[in-house]
Design a binder for this molecule. Sequence first.
Ligand SMILES: Cc1ncc(COP(=O)(O)O)c(C=O)c1O
Length: 386
Amino acid sequence: MTADLARHFLLDPAIAFLNHGSYGACPRPVMEVYRHWQEALERQPVAFMEPSHLAARFAEVRRALGAELGAAPDDLVWVTNATAGLNIVARSLDLRPGDEILTTDHEYAALTRTWAFVASRTGAVIRRVCVPLPLDGNSFTDTLRAALTERTRVLFLSHVTSATALVFPLEAIVAEARARGIVTVIDGAHAPGHIALDLAALGADYYVGNCHKWLMAPKGAAFLHAKAAAQRVLVPPVISHGWTELRENPGPFGGTAFQDAFQFQGTRDPAAWLAVPAALRFRADHGWPEVAARCHILAWEIAGRVAGATGLRPLASPETSAPQMIAIRLPECDTAALHLALRARGVEIPCYRWRDICLARLSVQGYTCLDDGDRLVAALHAEIAG
Ligand SMILES: Cc1ncc(COP(=O)(O)O)c(C=O)c1O
């Protein structure tokens, strides 16, 4: 399908790389812009780091990204990754003993630890509901609604789940939680560039997303989106020149207090963040909606071939799975050993255990071709069915 697009990526061509989901992959033209910003910083660091210069560059990124995400540029700030952004939110909230944090059993393991840390320090209680499978919009909302109590203070949900590669239908439960005054925190690590986003319409208090995964920006580019009324409580992880005691507007560098506090945190290399518009341009230049639609079809073609050759079937339907990621059920096995065995056969794909189910997660991006899928089929056949 995409030998043409594959040449833009630095991925080792000897490997059938079917794990875009974990870390993304950044195309060469975007890497060039990334290096351009790194070199501009080295050439004249003093002028580059001047707040007036950086504030203008950051504003350009927020404008471009805001248009992609359906977000007001002023409500976006740069963080280095989704974990960092969600840590800022979780650790800033004023939680008290007995307050409840409602979440699901599909959340990313690192963030489950973050909330456990917060709960252990505040006395808050985590309530984890089991989301019924197969995923269905009504039962998803009903299950979460039934778990809301008088003490629920936070609703924490993924938009696209990591282990199960599902798209959670968030709209109804986010609206309900907001109506009850519950703080809504969304882990959108896999969402930007993967599913259509309209953050203003979704209306979550906090939404954190990675730009390095499906938007294909360099690693180190992620955003924290906070509604205006929710910005005030956030505590930056680093208090530096940009912070103001009273959270007054404008901040010390002429942005909002939120922007200045998060944008100016000592000497940081902002090159990855400044390359986000280049990633958006790369996608536009290559007609990405069409590429993504082809990837979706290819992903299900590969899943069909896997099922045909090995009997291993997807966990979810094309309607409920992430458009470019499919979790495939494996038989009971040592998933770590299987991952390494597949890698030894030239196929990179994550294999892991979720609940009591063994899974492999197939990712298809613009550089993936059917031959990669056939290599997966052959490797799985040899390791499992063979
Ligand atoms: C759902 C989800 N949340 C959060 C993360 C963490 O992203 P990062 O490592 O960029 O912080 C991931 C990573 O894959 C993820 O899948």
